[in-house]
Design a protein around this ligand. Structure first.
Ligand SMILES: [Zn+2]
Length: 397
């Protein structure tokens, strides 16, 4: 007899008896210059907070956060999350929690520091406050942490019991981050539509339909407002795009849950993290490039004309706001064929989100898509046939 449950990857297999959703933080507070007024809201969650962040973010946040916490007579300690959200840094953070006898974690950062703080809080059954210092990801919102190796390679993600207890979005803080972080956040948020519509576009479940439709609205909003937002940091349109990248992208992940998460764009990102040369680019930059790769796969393997149109539209948009369109833009022009193959193999390994695509993909096909994200689209059929007659992708140099 076949055990059906074994044939479904665990990440996409909800329990047949019940489905648990972690849709949103218990409370979201947003505004400009609000951090110094957040002492009381934080004190409701704990008296001995451990603040977890990177060296830059801790020094940016400290002048505002410290007086607010001191006013409430909280016993505060702080810990740097190190280089990455890795097993070693998680271990050090757990020791810091125990040494300080912390009863609350406060994560401060753009992505990895928040992931590390959320995961340590989850493991210790402690409440968690997230304070994003850039709009680079929706990590301040979600009940999910990504774990990386010491070398920065993506290893696995962990679903958490709940979204944060309190999310504090201080626009003044976000404005201290480099422009590039918001561009990257836009890339990561855009992926919601291209991935959710593929993994869940045919679902009839109410909440999944809601998540997919919101992802489409999010994409349109980013198309309409991103250029103006990047031209005027601090303005209302800039805040709208920050909200879209940090909050709305989080809502979609929460509503869609495990059934409506990532597909090839993130799988390509995960594969690229295994190349040392990719570590200077941000998460959302690699994901944005991954969207183009995903569309390219749909064009080449399925002959999907809509994917061609979508890719041309994205290339134009990427050009406008400065998202990478190719391996060269990611600084990977000199990557060897062996390295490219390694990252394609990681993206194609069993259990990878790449397999949420409705067709099979081999590492060779993926490499061909990775080197042709900017290909013109005059005649898909001729490109497809030349692709099929080529056993190896074109050399990169
Ligand atoms: Zn992402």
């Amino acid at each position: 007899m076949t055990d059906i449950s074994l044939s479904v990857p665990p990440s996409t297999a909800p329990s047949p008896a019940f489905l648990t959703l972690s849709i949103a933080p218990a409370q979201v507070v947003r505004g400009a210059g609000i951090l110094s007024q957040m002492g009381e809201a934080i004190a409701r969650l704990g008296q001995r907070p451990l603040v977890v962040g990177g060296d830059r973010t801790l020094s940016v946040v400290q002048p505002f956060l410290e007086p607010a916490l001191a006013q409430q007579s909280l016993q505060v300690a702080q810990a740097s999350y190190g280089e990455d959200c890795s097993e070693t840094s998680l271990n050090q953070l757990r020791q810091a929690v125990s040494h300080h006898q912390a009863d609350l974690l406060i994560g401060v950062g753009g992505g990895k520091a928040l992931d590390a703080a959320k995961l340590v809080a989850h493991q210790g059954h402690l409440p968690i406050v997230t304070i994003p210092t850039s709009a680079a990801t929706c990590a301040a919102w979600t009940a999910l942490s990504n774990v990386y190796s010491e070398q920065g390679s993506f290893l696995y993600d962990v679903g958490l019991a709940k979204c944060p207890d309190l999310l504090i979005l201080d626009y003044d803080l976000i404005q201290t981050a480099p422009r590039r972080t918001l561009v990257s956040g836009i890339g990561d948020a855009l992926a919601k539509w291209y991935e959710a519509s593929i993994s869940s576009g045919h679902s009839e479940q109410s909440l999944i339909v809601a998540a997919v439709q919101q992802a489409r609205v999010l994409r349109d909003l980013l198309f309409q407002k991103s250029t103006a937002a990047l031209q005027s940091p601090g303005s209302q349109v800039w805040r709208d795009v920050v909200d879209a990248s940090v909050l709305m992208a989080g809502v979609i992940g929460g509503l869609g849950g495990a059934q409506c998460r990532t597909v090839a764009a993130h799988a390509v990102h995960n594969g690229l993290t295994h190349l040392l040369q990719s570590h200077h680019t941000l998460h959302g930059e690699k994901v944005a490039y991954g969207i183009l790769v995903q569309l390219r796969l749909e064009e080449m393997i399925q002959g999907n004309l809509l994917a061609t149109t979508a890719r041309q539209q994205l290339l134009k948009f990427y050009e406008e706001i400065g998202l990478p369109q190719s391996l060269a833009d990611l600084g990977l022009l000199d990557v060897t064929l062996a390295d490219l193959q390694r990252s394609a193999e990681v993206a194609c390994r069993p259990g990878s989100d790449l397999h949420h695509l409705p067709f099979e993909v081999t590492p060779t096909q993926l490499m061909a898509a990775m080197v042709s994200t900017t290909a013109p689209t005059t005649d898909i059929r001729s490109q497809e046939s030349s692709f099929r007659s080529q056993p190896q992708p074109a050399p990169l140099d």
